[in-house]
Design a binder for this molecule. Structure first.
Ligand code: GLU
Length: 313
């Protein structure tokens, strides 16, 4: 028996209706050619409440490319594998730079600012890969997503992975640059292969919101009682999401939405309302920082209506 959160179903329905009709939809990412094929009018929203019940509207069961949202889960896995030693090869400060910036890396001798910019996520992927074959490491990541979402149908979109590999010149440059400083342990090709493929995992809003539950509830899935990480680790991952989850739009996201969140260039955002809900939204059009334009507006409206900003009000 689920206990509906007062006002949530109405809010989710009304926000989805409003977003579906808005003319300002942002621009769909085209630098990965396969991503440009998506329907810019799509909009999905799913909220998993503390009792595990899902409130969803719009295209909430349509799979999309989660892209950089996967970085939350690879960070979680890497911290589980190597613990705080991970912070020797990647920082945890906001970058104030675009997601694929190369300038900062030179200043900081190959140590990326945080695990959510591309360079940082590539360094995290390298940590997961060590001691494994690329296929095994990728299998670990995918199985982790399936376990968290409680859904073994979650898969990698091979055409998106291939498309990114063909056009990933900048990520290849970032990885080689880090390799020159000794920040990557594995062959650059292997690390990038795993990185491109985990970014190409396809999930729906419903699946993604399910997967994020442990971050909303001190490291545990409250519906199953299963613990994924310690409360301390969940708190820290949320902190990095709040400060670094939206590239150089992170300040604006905190200001307007007030929740830890992570966006991807596929137009998805995973947002965490601690103690209350795990939320996933998807609208493929991006703003100039590369974050979902309507996704952010929808979350702003939802947190305002539900009083869910971590900063109150
Ligand atoms: N796979 C994308 C890239 O490396 C991720 C970028 C994003 O989602 O922000 O360019």
């Amino acid at each position: 028996m689920s206990h509906a959160v007062p006002g949530l179903a109405k809010a989710v329905e009304e926000i989805a209706d409003e977003m579906r009709q808005r003319p300002d939809r942002g621009d769909v990412a085209s630098y990965i050619p396969e991503l440009a094929r998506v329907d810019a009018n799509s909009f999905g929203l799913a909220v998993v409440s503390a009792d595990g019940s899902v409130t969803a509207a719009g295209d909430s069961d349509t799979s999309f490319s989660i892209q950089s949202i996967s970085k939350v889960f690879t960070l979680t896995l890497a911290l589980g594998l190597v613990g705080d030693r991970l912070w020797r090869r990647v920082g945890r400060e906001p970058s104030g730079s675009p997601f694929n910036s190369i300038v900062q890396l030179e200043h900081e001798r190959g140590i990326p600012r945080n695990p959510f910019i591309n360079a940082g996520a590539i360094a995290v992927t390298d940590a997961i890969l060590s001691g494994h074959q690329p296929r095994e490491a990728l299998g670990e990541i995918l199985r982790f997503m399936q376990f968290l979402a409680h859904d073994s149908s979650i898969a990698i979109d091979e055409s998106v992975a291939a498309s990114e590999k063909r056009t990933g010149f900048r990520n290849i440059a970032l990885a080689n640059y880090m390799k020159s400083f000794g920040v990557l342990d594995n062959p650059v090709d292997y690390t990038l292969g795993v990185y491109f493929h985990h970014c190409a995992i396809a999930m729906s809003c419903r699946q993604l919101a399910m997967a994020g539950q442990f971050l909303a509830h001190s490291g545990r899935n409250p519906a199953t009682g299963l613990s994924v990480v310690s409360a301390e680790r969940a708190k820290r991952i949320n902190a990095v999401m709040l400060t670094c989850g939206h590239y150089d739009g992170s300040g604006e996201f905190a200001y307007r939405v007030g929740l830890p969140g992570k966006s991807g260039v596929g137009g998805g955002i995973l947002a965490i309302a601690p103690g209350k809900a795990s939320i996933a939204v998807w609208s493929p059009g991006l703003d100039k920082s590369g974050n979902s334009h309507l996704g952010r507006l929808a979350l702003e409206s939802l947190t305002k209506r539900m009083g869910w900003s971590i900063f109150g009000a």
